[in-house]
Design a protein around this ligand. Structure first.
Ligand code: ZN
Length: 656
């Protein structure tokens, strides 16, 4: 591990807290030290209180920020003496302890202090840094961990046995630190948890962290992890139904819809194919902090028995998966391991699933390294379960509030690169869904750069490409809950007498056939949607009120309308609801080139401006208006409505 300290960069963040911020970002940028908001740092500063008296303040990283991007304002200033004095108490409940921790922050606008603040307070040095370094965990998470740490560091490091976070660990550390920390101490190892380094300058403390980790890495170099050959699964084998089944089971256990991301890279497949995977993967997370990181959202109905029941059902349906193993990062699993799928990571959002996957990637490396060394050992499932439920965690969860409407759900929108389709993507994202956008325009792939969006270039007239898009949707997000059928073309105005057969067929292929094929192929996924599938169809005013010169468009949209009605009849028993919107005169879309707009306006003897607001209410209808209605039709407001046809046109006399 490289020492990244750069004196010039460090000098740009002056002051004691600035130096702490600089070091924090260096530590946070190294995933072998800390991951996704894990780890924390602190600096002790003398400052005047409101009475002008000097007071020792511990600036400790607050919860909710990431070390890699931390700023001075993300640190919580805590009264140091008050924190230290708490450890003289015999006992303190988690609630009392949390209350004292909050009450000793001197700035009301600061974030809550890290739950590990007490350990920072107890260490005497000015700067204290804490990481969950992979190399140290691979050593401490073995039965002989304590002896190995002694062997590597001798007396330079003080070790603390595993104690549950919160007051118990602080109490234990207070006693150990008082008895064992001396001027020669270079760091503290919390067994099965992580590492503390410290120093009188930020650079000293940082150097110390890197040195300690390097010593661990050097030790591990003598115990290489054997690299077994990987049995590559057939990339052509369809997996979407199986993944949707798994998502259904995990969502049932979680009590809410979950996003599942499949990782079939070499490392994941190799780990999932290990003969001992069922045994080594059931040893709990590598460090208790990682449990926190993987459950940012409230999980309803976390019940191991319910999960087991759902899992059994899944297992019976897929008996071929003889060595299917699940890892209890959480009472509802966050990671599933399968020899053909690799690693499947679950979360209440795409971002959470990504975090779970990142963390488990490190966990797999730690487990493999620990196994090469001796054998992997972490908290037992019961200990993890206790940890999940301890009051501090509960308090954290309450602060998170209600999840968004479509949290954990997946929507797919066709024709998503522009106009109504793009607006639909935005409306679903705004409601917390992960969204897949299909479009023939390659720009779709870069439409949004965020973990909850996947843009797929797709020609909807290709059955093969539609199926491939659904497969990819299932691998990236786990399934499909909402389908918004929007892709369509509006050919140039033409009378029936002049209609070329090719143009008629092309319109039918895109506006009608593609939607039938996509609905047919998506049915297995929609049927398995945890809250039942929903389809919103972007129809047209031309369905109830066709116009001359638009025969192909009007006929194709009318046929699509019948397709929706039949689907509502056939899929009602699966709980899938299909509702249509009939927009009219939405001009901020790809269909309406200036040419088409001018031609239609002229046809009605109006100016373009008059034509745009030519409705009963004399208002312009935008893509966003249509998209918001489509999203709401997928929401609880329309929970008991199917086969509806709702105009979104400002009122049309021919329809009214
Ligand atoms: Zn920690």
């Amino acid at each position: 591990m490289q020492n990244q300290w750069n004196p010039e960069d460090a000098a740009r963040l002056p002051g004691d807290l600035g130096q702490c911020v600089y070091a924090s970002r260096l530590l946070g940028a190294n995933p072998a030290l800390v991951l996704h908001g894990g780890g924390n740092t602190s600096v002790k500063i003398q400052q005047a209180n409101i009475f002008g008296e000097p007071e020792a303040i511990l600036y400790v990283k607050g919860s909710g920020s990431d070390l890699a991007t931390v700023e001075a304002k993300d640190f919580a200033p805590v009264r140091l003496d008050h924190l230290r004095r708490l450890t003289t108490l015999e006992t303190l409940s988690d609630t009392e302890w949390l209350n004292e921790l909050r009450g000793s922050v001197v700035d009301a606008s600061a974030p809550p202090a890290s739950v590990e603040a007490m350990l920072h307070a107890l260490l005497p040095a000015k700067y204290v840094f804490h990481s969950h370094a992979d190399a140290v965990l691979a050593i401490t998470n073995t039965p002989g961990g304590t002896e190995r740490i002694k062997e590597i560091y001798g007396d330079a490091v003080v070790t603390v046995p595993y104690v549950r976070p919160g007051f118990p660990v602080a109490k234990r550390c207070a006693a150990i630190f008082a008895a064992e920390i001396s001027e020669r101490t270079a760091g503290v190892v919390l067994l099965r948890h992580g590492l503390f380094s410290f120093g009188e300058t930020a650079r000293d403390a940082y150097d110390q962290m890197i040195n300690l980790v390097n010593q661990a890495e050097a030790y591990l170099a003598s115990y290489p992890v054997p690299v077994a050959p990987v049995d590559q699964p057939d990339p052509q084998r369809p997996l979407r139904q199986e993944l949707a089944d798994l998502r259904q089971a995990i969502s049932a256990a979680a009590g809410a819809p979950m996003i599942l991301t499949t990782h079939d890279d070499e490392q994941s497949l190799r780990f999932a194919q290990r003969a001992d995977v069922a045994q080594i993967s059931q040893q709990g997370p590598a460090t208790p902090d990682h449990v926190i990181r993987t459950k940012r959202a409230p999980m309803l109905g976390r019940d191991v028995a319910a999960f087991r029941a759902a899992y059994e059902e899944y297992f019976q349906a897929h008996q071929s998966r003889a060595s299917f193993a699940l890892t209890m990062l959480d009472p509802a699993p966050r990671v599933a391991l399968d020899p053909a799928l690799g690693m499947v990571a679950a979360g209440r959002s795409a971002q959470e699933a990504r975090i779970a996957g990142d963390i488990y990637r490190h966990t797999m490396a730690i487990i493999e390294q620990a196994t090469a060394l001796e054998s992997y050992r972490s908290e037992t499932a019961a200990e993890v379960f206790d940890f999940e439920y301890w009051e501090l965690e509960q308090a954290k969860l309450t602060r998170l509030g209600r999840p968004p409407m479509f949290a954990g759900e997946i929507g797919l929108v066709t024709g998503a690169a522009s106009g109504i389709g793009k607006a639909c993507v935005e409306s679903l994202l705004a409601r917390g869904a992960a969204v897949v956008g299909l479009d023939i325009n390659p720009a779709i792939e870069q439409l949004f750069d965020r973990p909850d969006f996947l843009g797929i270039r797709c020609d909807v007239t290709s059955e093969e490409q539609l199926i491939a898009a659904l497969e990819r949707t299932a691998r990236v997000f786990g399934g499909l809950d909402m389908l918004i059928l929007n892709a369509g073309i509006f050919p140039p105005s033409r009378r029936i007498a002049d209609m070329p057969t090719a143009e008629w067929r092309k319109t039918m292929t895109i506006n009608l056939d593609a939607n039938m094929i996509l609905m047919r192929e998506a049915h297995v996924l929609l049927k398995r949607a945890p809250r039942r599938g929903r389809v919103a169809i972007i129809g047209s005013k031309n369905v109830p009120a066709p116009g001359p010169g638009a025969v192909a468009y009007s006929a194709s949209k009318a046929a699509l309308n019948q397709l929706a009605r039949v689907a509502a009849l056939e899929w009602g028993q699966d709980g899938i609801r299909i509702n249509s919107l009939h927009p009219n005169a939405v001009f901020d879309t790809g269909l309406w080139t200036d040419e088409v707009l001018a031609a239609r306006a002229k046809h009605y003897g109006l100016t373009v401006e008059q034509y745009k607001t030519n409705n009963v209410m004399q208002i312009e209808v935008t893509s966003r208006d249509v998209a918001e209605l489509a999203a709401e039709m997928c929401g609880p407001l329309f929970a008991k409505t199917t086969a509806s046809q709702v105009p979104v046109d400002g009122g049309n006399e021919r329809v009214i």
